[in-house]
Write a protein that binds this ligand. Sequence first.
Ligand SMILES: [Mg+2]
Length: 213
Amino acid sequence: MGIRFPYRGWLLDLDGTVYLGEQLIPGAAVAIAALREAGRRVAFLSNKPLQTRDDYAAKLSRLGVPATADDVINSSLVLARHLRTKLNIALQAVRGGARLIATNPDRTCPVEGGEIPDCAGMIAAVEAVTDTKVELIVGKPSPIILEVALRALGCAASESVIVGDRVETDMVMGKRLGLATILVLSGVTHADDPRIAALAPDHVLRSVRELIV
Ligand SMILES: [Mg+2]
């Protein structure tokens, strides 16, 4: 079994790339095991702030991809909880001069059979009630989360690749920050999406199964 791509560092998105809800994308376990066996550095890079890194590692391990918390980078749990559960706190805080920062810009999260709302809805709600624009988003496509991820990999951007299903986060981050880009069509992006031609990821695959031959 061989790996089709030469990159040393691999950042793999989770939702829509490695799994959908509670279902592993077919072939993901074998592909990731092959990357690791070949000595490639692998980390999981999710914008989803809802659970802890331990939770994501436990889920990956349960689904057949052994992982520890150190293998997982996700956007801030504390900030997301704050915004998700206490809109009024955000309003009062901004009125009091607080700066508005968000974990991730994703509109939806792919799950089995569809999508569920993600952080963009809450960003819009907070911006509307506070009449203030979010000034900083720390999740993908921000350089802030990438810096953490590359440190975890121990690789430079120029020798790394991001594998993800979302154009405006995974692919935009890779293009902007000098990583190679592999778009997988197992999540929210469909093959006829005009943004694929516009952004021109380095590779477009049906799923992570196609990382290996
Ligand atoms: Mg995704």
